[in-house]
Design a protein around this ligand. Structure first.
Ligand code: ADP
Ligand code: MG
Length: 403
């Protein structure tokens, strides 16, 4: 994989460089709530600007249905990019149409343009190779060089991620180079003990990675909504908690395999429950109760790991040399259920280990709960992408950057 440093050494002065970024930021009522992904691509954009390239930044945002939809416009992320760069950024109101071509033609060396949401064009996500290829051909007409830096999208076989780099000289940007370097540290001769904390909502999202980790990790700590499928597999009453009954056989098999492989698989010993799902908008007090994991009342819903579990998980993380954490331990968006996630985040901060946080919500939790991002070894910008890498899959957007 050639990196942007090699490109800079070759020289980019006056060249049109297409940067496939991941500006897919969370929006609430049309406002950006976390600009981490925009900041993550700044090193690449700045380096290209300083080297005198004409920089075209492109991304998807949300899931528009293959046609323009103002609710998913990249205008706001483009404006934030301009603020962070401290320089004006041109914005094209289409992707491959006259506005995009005008914007690119108007660029002087060292200037930046953002084109509209790639998913406003059905070709971006098309399953059909020909349809995707046609869109990639049109994107290729905008630029001389491709830099892949949208790590959060590299697990997608999309036109701008997979097909476009095949049509232009291609390089990995700083973000992708960093992310891949970190993931290699988690897969190739990992420093032990290697402890993994997994949470989040759905066990089905994380099954494949658990499957892989059972052959790699020394210890796996289970929290979040998916813990209840594990507790149910143990025969516990889990009340009204989130559960995926169809995953019970898989989970039972994992518990058995963990034992056979000598992997310590740890589940909560206590949980914080409430009578219903809390209001995340008003954050109104919701009457949380701590109960033992094997004594969840039938009318209660488990929404966080309990304080004893938080302390237990912190102790299980304390001697680690490598930690990977994916998925909040509870519904951290409400203050009544944020303590478990805080306990795990704090354990990572306190640890001497190489610590990696993966997952969009986990990364957001770290920032929202007020932790200093620099206290972590690495905070990944791509939840799905980092999980699929750890699952051992070939990621289309990384394969496309290989020569
Ligand atoms: P990530 O994006 O970090 O991979 P996920 O998307 O898998 O994480 O899950 C994050 C979501 O899981 C959060 O919105 C959080 O509220 C939810 N969650 C955590 N614990 C529970 C629980 N006990 N019940 C329901 N949802 C939960
Ligand atoms: Mg998520």
């Amino acid at each position: 994989m050639k990196t942007i440093d090699e490109l800079l050494a070759e020289g980019v002065d006056g060249k049109r460089v297409f940067v496939r970024a991941d500006l897919n930021v969370p929006l609430a009522d049309g406002l950006i709530t976390d600009d981490g992904r925009i900041r993550a691509v700044l090193p690449t954009v700045k380096a290209l600007v300083e080297a005198g390239a004409k920089v075209i930044v492109a991304s998807h945002l949300g899931r528009p249905k293959g046609a323009p939809d103002p609710a998913f416009s990249l205008l706001q992320p483009a404006e934030r990019l301009a603020e962070l760069l401290g320089a004006p950024v041109a914005f094209a109101q289409d992707t491959i149409g006259p506005a995009a071509h005008d914007a690119v033609r108007g660029l002087e060396p060292g200037q930046v343009a953002v084109i509209e949401n790639l998913r406003f064009n059905a070709g971006e996500t098309a399953k059909d190779d020909v349809e995707r290829g046609e869109f990639a051909d049109q994107l290729a007409a905008l630029a001389d060089i491709y830099v892949g830096d949208g790590f959060g999208a590299v697990h997608r076989k999309h036109a701008s991620v997979y097909d476009l780099p095949a049509r232009l000289p291609h390089y990995a940007g700083y973000l992708i180079a960093t992310e891949v370097g970190v993931l290699k540290k988690l897969t190739e001769d990992v420093k032990r003990p290697y402890v993994v904390a997994l949470g989040g909502s759905k066990v089905s999202d994380k099954l494949a990675v658990i499957d892989q980790l059972l052959g790699k990790a020394d210890r796996i700590l289970i929290g979040g909504g998916m813990a209840f499928t594990f507790l149910k597999a143990k025969g516990y009453e889990i009340g009204a908690s989130l559960v995926q009954d169809d995953q019970l056989p898989a989970v039972t098999e994992y518990v058995e395999r963990a034992e056979k492989n000598g992997v310590e698989l740890v589940v909560p010993v206590d949980v914080v429950t409430s009578a219903g799902f809390p209001d995340l908008k008003t954050k109104a007090p919701s009457n949380p109760t701590v109960v033992a994991a094997d004594a969840i009342p039938a009318d209660q819903m488990g929404l966080d790991i309990g304080p004893e579990t938080g302390a237990l998980y912190a102790s299980k993380l304390a001697d680690a040399a490598t930690i990977f954490w994916n998925g909040p331990m509870g519904v951290f968006e409400h203050p009544d259920y944020a303590e478990g996630t805080k306990a795990v985040a704090q354990a990572l901060v306190d640890s001497q280990a190489f610590t990696v946080v993966g997952g969009g919500d986990s990364a957001a939790a770290v920032r929202i709960l007020g932790f200093d991002e620099t206290a972590f070894g690495h905070i990944s910008t791509g939840g799905g992408a980092s999980l699929e890498y750890l699952e051992g899959k070939t990621l289309p957007g990384l394969a496309a950057l290989e020569d």
